[in-house]
Design a protein around this ligand. Sequence first.
Ligand code: SF4
Length: 298
Amino acid sequence: MLQVTFEEIECKSALNRVRIPSMPGLRWTLNPYRACQHACVYCFARGNHEYLGYNSGSDFDRRVVVKTNVASVLRRELKRPGWRRESVTIGTACDPYQQAELKYGLTRAALQAFRDHANPCSLITKSAGITRDVALLRELSDVAECSVLFSIATLREDVWRHIEPETAKPKQRLEAMRKLADAGIRCGVMLAPIIPSLTDDKENLEAVMKAARDHGAAFVGDNVLYLKPGTKEWFMPFLRETYPHLLPRYERMYRGIYAPKRYSEEVHDTVQRLRARWDMSPERRTPAPEVGQLQFAV
Ligand code: SF4
C-alpha cells in the first residue's frame, strides 16, 4: 500500500456547479477529497492536482487533500432558500470511498446531510468500503433518488493489477454491489474506461456486462479511455514499461485527447449490442446517470 500524506483544509463551498453542454443532467458535484489513493494510471482527474502545485503523477496518488468541514458547509448550502434540491454527484474528481474515508468519514457525513435534506444524489466508486454505509444509503433512498455506480473496466486480474493498483478487486466491487442492490439501493456499473487492446475485446466487455447483471446492476454505462494533459504524460510511460508492444498503436490513436471517433463508435455499438443481449438495455432497465460519461470517471 502507498504511503499517503493527508493535507487537511477547510473548504469555502462544498457544491460545485458544472456546465457541460453534452451532459445537461450533470449540474452539481461534490468531492470530499482531492486526488485519490487508488492510483489508477488512466485517471482523468490527475491534471486537477497541478492547480494545487503538485504533480499529477505520484503526488496525485500520495498527497490527498481532505476537506474536513465539507459536511457542515454542505448542510449550510442545502439550507439556502435558493437551493432547488437538484441532484448532486459525489466523486467526480476522487473516489469518495478511497482509504481516506476510513479515517475521516466525510462521504458518510455528506450522505447524512443529503438524507436529512431529502436531496437526490449519485455516487461513483471502485471501493468495497461503501458497504459500511448500506443502512445510510437505504435511508437516503427512502427519501430521495439515490444511485451508486461501481466503476469496473475488466474482471481480468492481471490487467486490473496494472491499471488500478490500489483499488478493490473487481470481484469485490461486484460483491459490494450485490449487497447494496439486495438492500434496495439502485446500483449500476460504469464499464470504463474501455482501453484499446487491453479491455476493448468483446469477451471482456461481455464478461463485465454479464457480471453486472448477475450482481444486481440496473444499468451499465460505458466510456472509452481519454487522455487529458496531466494524465497522458503518466499513462504513456506506464504503457511503455508495462505493455511496450501497444505503444505504437496508442501514439497513432491518441494524438489528441480522445480516441478516433470511428473507434469509439464501434466500441459503443458493441456495448449496445451486449446490453440488449444481457437484458441491460435502457428500454428494459433504467438509464445510467450522465455522470458515467465523466469518469474515465470515475
Ligand atoms: S479513476 Fe477514480 S478511483 Fe481511480 S484514481 Fe481516479 S478518482 Fe480514484
